[in-house]
Write a protein that binds this ligand. Structure first.
Ligand SMILES: [Zn+2]
Length: 61
């Protein structure tokens, strides 16, 4: 199984924190980004290798 990580769709941070919902398991999961404060059920999911590549490219610049 490929290892994937969740990224913030706004700032691409991996510091996503899962918000637990009091209303129960029927509600969609929501995430909160510790970096930019984004909050929502949408997030970007990428392969860990893909993330490494992205980081390496960032460091080059
Ligand atoms: Zn963010």
């Amino acid at each position: 199984m490929p290892k994937t990580v969740r990224l913030c769709p706004k700032c691409r941070s991996v510091k996503l924190h899962l918000l637990t919902n009091v209303s129960g398991w029927l509600a969609p999961k929501k995430f909160e980004c510790k970096e930019c404060g984004y909050c929502g059920s949408f997030f970007v999911e990428v392969d860990i290798d893909e993330l490494k590549k992205m980081k390496e490219e960032k460091e080059k610049k």
